[in-house]
Design a protein around this ligand. Structure first.
Ligand SMILES: [Zn+2]
Length: 315
């Protein structure tokens, strides 16, 4: 039996044929063009499914189900996409419309949850039943695989970890609250912090580094200079690890995952960052000196994680 995984993203609809053990057999994608009529978006979802079935010669009888990763909230009982920011699917019954083309069991999950399930099935968290994945980008996305299954919560809205509060008197967030984790530990926040500390340290090597690297501060600026021993750059890295680690410790205390997968550009800092996070977590999480601590690993599957995880929703 095979499964269809569809990552319905703001930019692309990416669809893969997934084997029962999480291997991606083939994939294809089309532009989402999210402000179109929802019926047109659905038709394109079906067309990507048809393409991969034809390409691989997979008969309908071999398809066990269709899983879809959605950047928003949903109801799997009714098939309605309750809310999504980047495309015209809010309030639309996606299952009903897609069933006009193909009648198979269907399931939705949040895109970040799908990525966590993908990593658990075939990536960095393979072999682990309890997995937290955080993706560090413009904000912070979170996914939770609990006993091998994604944890959706009511409305499919669980694991918006970017908006857990780490400072009750902190910076304003565009969700309306203050002190949200992603205001301190996203890639956006890392760049903001780097600029702040550079301004206070005109002698830092980071200034020359930025001129040599296209003139723009990036998420790599501080990490690259910290490795070379620059004091101000190390201050940026330590502060960032403090903020990132503080949120991770909250997640460990809540869920006790066996492994924490870190995705997004910052995860390319690899073991250098994972070791620092692991040490921080060991210092602060509950009973950390008495019980085994979670592993920290860099995500392995990139954008494929969301497609594979969507496919694995019905396995
Ligand atoms: Zn927020």
């Amino acid at each position: 039996m095979y499964y269809i995984g569809v990552d319905v993203g703001g930019t692309n609809i990416a669809t893969g044929l997934i084997s029962q053990d999480g291997k991606m057999i083939t994939k294809t994608s089309v532009k989402t063009l999210g402000d179109r009529a929802p019926e047109e978006i659905t038709k394109d979802i079906y067309q990507t499914i048809e393409t991969i079935m034809q390409e691989t010669g997979t008969p309908l009888s071999e398809i066990g189900g269709i899983g879809m990763g959605i950047p928003g909230c949903f109801n799997n009982d009714t098939g309605v996409v309750i809310e999504t920011n980047n495309m015209n699917l809010s309030g639309f019954n996606l299952f009903e419309e897609l069933k006009r083309y193909i009648n198979k069991p269907m399931m939705m999950a949040n895109d970040a949850n799908c990525a966590a399930l993908g990593e658990a099935a075939y990536g960095a968290a393979k072999g682990y039943d309890d997995v937290i994945m955080i993706t560090i980008g413009t904000g912070i996305g979170g996914g939770f695989v609990c006993n091998g299954k994604v944890y959706n919560g009511f409305n499919g809205a669980a694991m918006e970890v970017g908006h857990i509060c780490i400072d009750l008197k902190g910076k304003k967030c565009n969700c309306g609250r203050v002190g949200c984790w992603e205001r301190y530990a996203s890639a956006t926040a890392l760049i903001e912090l780097t600029k702040e500390i550079m301004e206070k340290n005109p002698d830092s090597e980071m200034h020359a580094y930025v001129s040599e690297h296209g003139g723009e501060v990036s998420g790599r600026t501080a990490f690259d200079c910290a490795r070379k021993g620059d004091r101000a750059a190390n201050e940026v890295v330590d502060t960032f690890v403090y903020y990132l680690g503080s949120g991770i410790v909250d997640l460990i205390n809540l869920f006790q995952p066996a492994v924490i997968i870190v995705g997004g550009g910052v995860s390319n800092e690899g073991d250098y960052l994972m070791e620092k996070l692991k040490n921080f977590a060991k210092g602060y999480s509950y009973a950390s000196t008495k019980i085994p601590q979670p592993e920290f690993k860099k995500a392995e599957l990139g954008n494929d994680a969301g497609i594979i995880g969507a496919g694995m929703l019905l396995v």
